[in-house]
Design a protein around this ligand. Structure first.
Ligand SMILES: CC(C)(COP(=O)(O)OP(=O)(O)OC[C@H]1O[C@@H](n2cnc3c(N)ncnc32)[C@H](O)[C@@H]1OP(=O)(O)O)[C@@H](O)C(=O)NCCC(=O)NCCS
Length: 178
């Protein structure tokens, strides 16, 4: 199992098929999916298919969404990471956590580390993040890590307008010095 990122409290590693039950618990929770614009996942088979896409994307792009653990007890808390969005030619920061781990600063801690990894290790030039306007927690995370709002636009054809944020290495560095 390949560990990608380690922070004070967290380990981020590549997702494997062994994560299917944990990911099913996450994506079948209506509270988790509520403001993501994605439907609740109904079957383990759908999760398996999604995991195979994730694994394929690690190979294709060299990054992806990563299983996220609390180091203390190696407790699975959800996923966080990057995804290439071919329809927009952008690289997107995203996160989903089990509700029992919300409000502990985990998404912020993971996101800061992911952005640093994206700019310093992967040498990416720009990373974006997209959230529905109702998703106050997600928007707050984007702002806390130093990303900047730049447009209201749909995140897929026909969807409602969402908030788009962006950052580059310079913008993140500015946030760190505050
Ligand atoms: C979005 C999500 C990842 C945030 O994770 P988290 O670990 O709880 O985030 P953090 O604790 O790092 O930060 C959350 C911030 O949002 C704030 N917040 C939470 N709910 C809020 C609300 N309803 N209104 C305003 N602010 C809110 C918190 O107070 C905190 O800000 P603060 O540190 O200034 O107090 C988590 O809620 C989640 O998994 N949600 C379901 C999936 C999802 O929507 N993913 C994002 C899709 S775009």
């Amino acid at each position: 199992m390949k560990t990608i990122i380690e922070t004070e409290r967290l380990l981020l590693r590549e997702i494997t098929l062994d994560d299917k039950e944990a990911l099913f618990k996450l994506h079948s929770d209506p509270g988790v999916q509520e403001y993501t614009g994605e439907p609740v996942v109904e079957s383990i088979e759908a999760i398996e298919k999604a995991i195979l896409t994730r694994i394929n994307n690690y190979e294709k792009y060299g990054y992806g969404r990563w299983a996220t653990y609390l180091k203390n007890g190696m407790q699975f808390v959800g996923w966080a990471g990057l995804a290439y969005l071919p329809e927009f030619d952008e690289i997107d920061l995203g996160y989903r956590l089990l509700p029992e781990y919300w409000g502990l600063g985990i998404a912020t801690e993971a996101s800061r580390a992911i952005l640093n990894y994206g700019f310093d290790t992967l040498k990416l030039k720009k990373i974006i993040a997209i959230a529905l306007k109702e998703n106050k927690a997600s928007i707050r995370v984007m702002e806390k890590v130093g990303m900047k709002f730049y447009k209201f636009a749909p995140y897929e054809p026909g969807s409602e307008d969402a908030l788009w944020y962006w950052c580059d290495k310079k913008l993140i560095a500015k946030n760190k010095s505050h």
